[in-house]
Ligand binder design. Structure first.
Ligand SMILES: [Zn+2]
Ligand SMILES: [Zn+2]
Length: 272
C-alpha cells in the first residue's frame, strides 16, 4: 500500500516564534507565538510604537491571546492601559495578584487573569510557567513558555541568579536574559550613590559579570539562541556585553547564537 507522505504535513508546519520587540530601561516588550496563539510579554511601549515594531517583523497588531506582565515598573507597563483600550478591552491581561493591586487601572476594566507567582497555566497551545525573581518590585516574575516541544525563557530585572532560576532556565531553546550593567561603568557613572546601590543589590539588576559567570559555568549548552537584554543606557555598552558573553561561550566551546537586544529596534524573529 502506498502511504501518502504529504498527509503528515498538511496544514502549516509547527513553528514557535520569539522576538524581543524592545529591551532596556526605557521599555520592554517580547513576542511569543505559535501558529495558533500570540502572546505579548510586558507593555513598555506606546501602542503606535508597538504597531511599528510588529509591522517590521511582519506581524499584525491585533488578535493577541494575552498580555503577560512581569512586574509593575514603568518600563514594563507604561503602555498597558492604552493597549488594553486599543484591543477593545478584549485581550486578557495576566498579572500576579499582588502586582495587580500595584497598578493604577484608572477605571479601565480589561479582562484580567490574576495568577499566583510560581504557578503554571495554558494559553491556547502555549504552556506558561511563572517563577519568582529577586527584584525590587512587589511580586516580580519571569516566564518560561513551552509549545511544540520548544521552550523559551524570559528573565530580566533580577538582582542575582538563585539556583531556582538557573533550574527554570534549563532546557530553553531561546533565552532572554538580563545583562544590565558593567560594574565599573556603574561605579563611575552618573547615578546617585543610593541608586547605584539599588542597581547592584540583590533586588536590583544583573551585571555583565554575573551573566558571564553563569555562561561559563551553568548555562545550558542545549540553548540555541541567547538574547541578552535590558541593558542600562548609561552604565553599559552593547559591545562590552557582546564581547564578554562571546568570550564566555567560547571558553566552553559553545556555538550558541548570541544576540544583544536593543531599546529602539526589534531583534530578528527566532523560529523553532
Ligand atoms: Zn524592574
Ligand atoms: Zn525593567
Amino acid at each position: 500500500m502506498l502511504i501518502d507522505a504529504t498527509k503528515e504535513h498538511q496544514g502549516d508546519p509547527l513553528i514557535v516564534k520569539f522576538c524581543v520587540l524592545a529591551s532596556g530601561s526605557s521599555g520592554n516588550v517580547a513576542f511569543v507565538a505559535t501558529n495558533r496563539t500570540r502572546i505579548l510579554v510586558d507593555a513598555g511601549l506606546s501602542f503606535k510604537e508597538l504597531q511599528r515594531r510588529l509591522s517590521i517583523i511582519g506581524e499584525s497588531a491585533d488578535c493577541f491571546d494575552a498580555i503577560l506582565v512581569t512586574h509593575e515598573h514603568c518600563d514594563h507597563v507604561s503602555g498597558l492601559l492604552r493597549w488594553a483600550r486599543k484591543f477593545k478591552l478584549k485581550t486578557p491581561i495576566y498579572v500576579s495578584r499582588l502586582t495587580y493591586s500595584c497598578i493604577d487601572w484608572e477605571g479601565c476594566q480589561p479582562p484580567v487573569e490574576r495568577f499566583q507567582a510560581g504557578t503554571d497555566w495554558t494559553i491556547g497551545d502555549i504552556k506558561v510557567e511563572s517563577f519568582t525573581i529577586p527584584h525590587d518590585a512587589i511580586d516580580p516574575v519571569g516566564f518560561r513558555f513551552c509549545a511544540e516541544g520548544v521552550k523559551v525563557g524570559v528573565a530580566t530585572d533580577l538582582g542575582y541568579m538563585p539556583e531556582s532560576i538557573k533550574y527554570r532556565l534549563q532546557g530553553c531553546q531561546a533565552l532572554l536574559l538580563e545583562s544590565n550593567h558593567d560594574i565599573e561603568m556603574l561605579k563611575v557613572g552618573p547615578y546617585p550613590w543610593v541608586v547605584k546601590q539599588r542597581v547592584m543589590g540583590r533586588n536590583g539588576h544583573l551585571s555583565n559579570h554575573v551573566v558571564c559567570d553563569f555562561l561559563e559555568s551553568e548555562f545550558d549548552r542545549a540553548t540555541h539562541t541567547l538574547v541578552l537584554g535590558h541593558l542600562s543606557e548609561h552604565n553599559n555598552h552593547p559591545e562590552i556585553v557582546r564581547m564578554g558573553a562571546a568570550q564566555a561561550l567560547e571558553q566552553r566551546g559553545l556555538a550558541t547564537q548570541l544576540v544583544v537586544a536593543e531599546q529602539k529596534n526589534p531583534t530578528e524573529v527566532f523560529r523553532f
